[in-house]
Design a protein around this ligand. Structure first.
Ligand code: MLT
Ligand code: ZN
Length: 473
């Protein structure tokens, strides 16, 4: 975790509050503790108390705020909906939380340039629906897309299920306009789909978790909307068969839009809250030891053939059952089962550590089997599921935080999972970022040289260290 700059103040003075009241009149400023507490938490279940919450509507307000904050040494924590899973939006050391939700205008959608310009507070799913009406496609689909925002997605480089074919948020950011500490405005990138003039500053902002600047405009790349999609859900009697089936799909030359998996514990948990199509016994994990859910997309005429190819590739693994859905109405119930996994995990215990490691794609079998063995060794439920197609595996370590022994074993599990991941050439976070929950482990992955370079870059953008302190390298 980064060192806190010693020049930062430790609270707001009456003069600071007068400044904020002037810049953010009426509901633009909140200092009521109950309301501020909401802005101090995110989906990591970590929380910190802001000193004040402001809601800019304009870039001018953002410029004034960051000019003042740098001069006064006031920490600034930008945030949107707080769907992040690693505490990246939590004001770990207090400061002024800046909600970007009121800057929520779609400024332009251009079907000739295949790009759009948006303010950071636009909700991702609403943006996708809007561009879809123009037969355009914005692929990144983090699980939170119905409530999370494009600004939050860019700040965290959100991933999602379609990443296996279409890549992650990073691959769709053409340009970033951001305000830096001190109030300077930076325009990085632009509307072109190719651009090699200078260093790629736009990409530097992507995934920087609000530590370099605050976005006021994003230019996003769009694709032509595929005509249709289809889904296959298949259950298997062993994890090995499921993982082998997945490999056969790639060997057959199929690039699925999404390739997700659920392990036996995930399947069992989902069966506790919903009728499931796979064979399961009511008193245990049942016959189903793993499920694959795959999506393909393309022209309507090709989809039926594509479905048969997927079915053919999976046949060698003798699925216990295989369901197909053609078009959103038939596909949606199959994907709903995948989306239920997070709440389903709580059927195994009251608390969880939700990790999102990624390994080189050829090492997924070793990784998943190894994570499950770690759970068995520690006597802790370890649930594996997620983005099998790109090697990004969600490892949920389920435990009871009220029990000191379980807490210790859960931590030991997490650290063993990290060690195994790194030994396989993987990364500690494929999509949730390091935030505060994984901050202490960053040196396990990044060397001194790399961290020093990153700290140097941070210092160029934010010399006083006011932006989102405590999140970094
Ligand atoms: C997901 O893939 O469902 C999300 O990344 C959230 C998670 O389950 O960790
Ligand atoms: Zn995920």
């Amino acid at each position: 975790m980064t060192q806190l700059a010693t020049s930062l103040v430790s609270g707001l003075t009456p003069a600071h509050l007068r400044f904020l009241e002037g810049l953010f009149p009426g509901e633009g400023l909140t200092v009521a503790p109950a309301e501020m507490a909401v802005y101090g938490a995110d989906s990591s279940r970590r929380a910190g108390m802001p000193w004040a919450v402001v809601r800019p509507r304009t870039e001018e307000q953002m410029v004034e705020l960051l000019r003042w904050a740098q001069a006064e040494g006031v920490p600034i924590v930008p945030r949107a909906r707080g769907t992040g899973m690693s505490g990246g939006a939590v004001p770990a050391f207090g400061g002024v939380v800046v909600s970007c939700l009121l800057m929520d205008t779609v400024l332009d959608v251009d079907s000739e340039d295949f790009c759009a310009e948006v303010e950071p507070g636009v909700v991702t799913a609403q943006f996708q629906a809007l561009v879809q009406k123009r037969k355009l496609f914005y692929p990144p689909d983090p699980a939170s897309l119905k409530i999370s925002t494009l600004g939050g997605n860019v700040a965290t480089c959100a991933g999602g299920m379609r990443a296996v074919k279409y890549g992650v948020t990073r691959d769709y950011v053409l340009g970033v306009r951001a305000v830096l500490p001190g109030g300077k405005i930076v325009n990085a990138g632009g509307r072109t789909h190719k651009n090699v003039v200078g260093l790629d500053l736009a990409r530097l902002f992507v995934g920087s978790c609000g530590t370099l600047g605050i976005f006021t405009k994003l230019t996003l790349k769009l694709l032509p909307l595929p005509e249709g999609s289809a889904t296959v859900l298949a259950a298997f009697g062993s994890l090995g068969e499921a993982l082998e089936g997945a490999r056969e799909v790639f060997r057959a030359g199929i690039l699925p839009t999404a390739m997700e998996f659920l392990d036996a514990k995930a399947c069992w948990g989902i069966g506790q809250i919903k009728d499931v199509p796979w064979p399961a016994s009511p008193d245990g994990e049942g016959a189903t030891k793993a499920v694959l859910v795959l999506k393909v997309d393309g022209s309507r005429s090709a989809l039926a053939a594509e479905l048969s190819r997927v079915e053919g590739a999976l046949a060698g693994s003798t699925p216990l059952c295989l369901l197909k859905g053609l078009g959103p109405a038939e596909e949606e119930p199959l994907w709903e089962l995948r989306r239920l996994v997070s709440p389903a995990v709580f059927r195994l215990g009251p608390d969880k550590l939700g990790e999102d490691v990624a390994v080189p794609r050829g090492r997924t079998v070793e990784a998943v089997e190894g994570f499950q063995a770690i759970g068995a060794e520690q006597g802790i439920h370890v649930v594996c599921y997620g983005h099998l197609g790109d090697g990004n595996i969600h490892v949920n370590i389920v435990y009871d935080a009220a029990d000191a022994d379980q807490r210790a074993r859960a931590k030991a599990c997490k650290e063993a999972v990290f060690r195994l991941t790194l030994s396989l050439g993987g990364t500690l976070s494929g999509e949730h970022g390091t935030g505060i929950t994984k901050g202490p482990y960053v040196p396990w992955q990044l060397g001194e040289e790399e961290r020093a370079l990153m700290a140097g870059i941070k210092g160029v953008f934010d010399p006083s260290g006011i932006l989102n302190p405590g999140k970094g390298w």
